[in-house]
Design a protein around this ligand. Structure first.
Ligand code: SF4
Length: 379
């Protein structure tokens, strides 16, 4: 087993290459089809509790992150996860970030294409760490706003289209040729210098004729709300956070067939009726709030973030972002209000990103809460 732990910026942690944080190593799991059986849920809960600090995050690419591992416990955790078929025994295949529309049904196009892609992962070229593939070919678009450099989607005409991220439209692909086209686009990306750009949306080389089209994807539906869902129940996870005890509880709920992971801080409880009393429903207001882990879990943070985010959320209409530092990990785009940690204090800005110029600065959490409460009371 490799023993090198990388620390360079711009890469993404995987199960094979955990990332060091303030609370220990982060181990990322990307379950196939973004779905865990109840036995796999229990295994992940046990792994998080025994080998980590019990905290589990759901990422914006529908992966799970176990936190607080040590170097020795990571190796044991990795072996358990490989044995449970939650991590690929090949580090290269495990590094592929694949996002699939979480409401897929067995045998539909999204399921069919995902299965074929998993089977053919070795045909993909080496890609920059943050690139990913998206399959969103249901009759309702789900992932248009979510990360994916090479995309199979449903076009407005009903065809399945191949679309390069950053391009508004794609090209129709014949039935059976979709994964060939997806792999072909990834190969073209690397052969045309995409590695320098790092992401498809930043790679401005003209697409080859076969990948260029004028078919737009369907308009994207909004993420599900907490409560009843066609698959069972949608459960909000504020800040994407759960823990080992919660995952174990979910695994034991009556009717639970599987947990499906989404990129929206929502977990889908497949087979579970929303009326089951044991479901630990989260505060849905916090779904409009982005907050990174902050201090002490992140060594770059000088402020605690999530307690403040929960305190501010009831006073704010629109999107709130509380960031431990200017890097803005929890939200790349602007928020209606962003509070950014800076040397143990906060600065704030409106309709801005975490690193944008401040409207006010040098604020303590109490200063900030008082300011926000007075501003929004007056509004
Ligand atoms: S935004 Fe800064 S403080 Fe928050 S997780 Fe990222 S690097 Fe850490």
């Amino acid at each position: 087993m490799s023993t090198a732990l990388p620390h360079k910026r711009g890469w993404c942690p995987t199960a094979w290459q955990p990332m060091a944080a303030g609370d220990g190593l982060i181990l990322r799991i990307r379950p196939r089809l973004a779905r865990l059986s109840p036995d796999q849920m229990r295994l992940v809960a046990d792994t998080a509790r025994i080998h980590g600090n019990g905290a589990i995050d759901l990422t914006n690419r529908a992966a799970l992150q176990l936190r607080g591992l040590s170097y020795n416990s990571w190796e044991q955790a990795l072996q358990s996860l490989i044995a449970a078929d939650l991590v690929d025994e090949d580090p290269g295949r495990e590094a592929r970030a694949i996002l699939i529309a979480p409401d897929w049904q067995h045998g539909d196009d999204t399921h069919r294409l995902a299965i074929e892609l998993y089977r053919r992962l070795d045909e993909l070229p080496a890609l920059p760490g943050k690139t990913g593939l998206a399959i969103d070919t249901g009759r309702v678009a789900r992932l248009t706003g979510n990360s994916g450099d090479f995309r199979l989607e449903r076009g407005e005409t009903g065809d399945i289209i191949l679309r390069a991220d950053g391009r508004a439209a794609g090209v129709a692909i014949r039935h059976g040729g979709e994964i060939d086209a997806l792999i072909g686009l990834a190969r073209w990306f690397t052969e045309s210098g995409g590695g320098e750009a790092g992401r498809m949306a930043r790679h401005r080389a003209a697409l080859p004729d076969w990948a260029r089209g004028d078919l737009r994807p369907l308009s994207c539906a909004t993420p599900p709300e907490q409560g009843a869902h066609p698959l069972g129940t949608a459960l909000a996870l504020p800040f994407g956070r759960m823990d080992a005890a919660m995952l174990e509880l979910l695994a034991g709920i009556g009717g639970m067939r599987a947990l499906r992971l989404t990129p929206w801080r929502i977990a889908l409880l497949e087979g579970v009726a929303p009326t089951v009393p044991a479901i630990p429903f989260g505060d849905p207001r916090l779904l409009a709030v982005d907050a990174c882990v902050g201090a002490p879990a992140c060594p770059r943070a000088s402020v605690e973030t999530r307690t403040l985010a929960a305190r501010l959320a009831p006073h704010i209409s629109g999107r709130l972002h509380v960031s431990g530092c200017a890097k803005g990990c929890a939200r790349a785009g602007p928020a209606d209000l962003v509070a950014t940690g800076d040397n143990g204090r906060f600065r704030i800005a409106f309709h801005a990103r975490a690193d944008d110029p401040a409207y006010a600065e040098d604020l303590s959490p109490d200063d900030l809460a008082a300011l926000i409460e007075s501003m929004f009371r007056a509004a």
